[in-house]
Ligand binder design. Structure first.
Ligand SMILES: [Zn+2]
Length: 101
């Protein structure tokens, strides 16, 4: 069965069934669609699309990357904070006996 498509956008002066709608995030007019999610039900599949302009799409991509990076930072920090020894090692200064004469 063909999925039922649902479109999310910011209302504008444009007709409801047109190619162009208001970006859901900033309301600027765009034809750019992005599949948000697919909902599978017993007798029906729904595809939810959002109108999102290229600048908003780009900024969302960056923020998702930032979130992933923050997640990595949190994981590394957790590993660092997990005590292997009774006390985490403190930074040591490295000294060399060789002179640079
Ligand atoms: Zn936008």
């Amino acid at each position: 069965m063909k999925p039922k498509r649902i479109y999310l956008y910011t209302e504008s002066h444009l007709p409801e069934n047109g190619w162009f709608q208001g970006c859901l995030r900033c309301a600027s007019i765009t034809a750019r669609l992005q599949l948000h999610k697919t909902i599978i039900m017993a007798d029906l599949t729904k595809e939810v699309y959002v109108y999102i302009c290229p600048p908003c799409q780009k900024s969302l991509t960056i923020s998702i990357e930032e979130q992933a990076f923050q997640h990595i930072c949190a994981q590394v920090l957790d590993e660092y904070q997990t005590p292997v020894e009774p006390k985490p090692p403190s930074p040591r200064s490295v000294s060399s006996n060789e002179s640079t004469n």
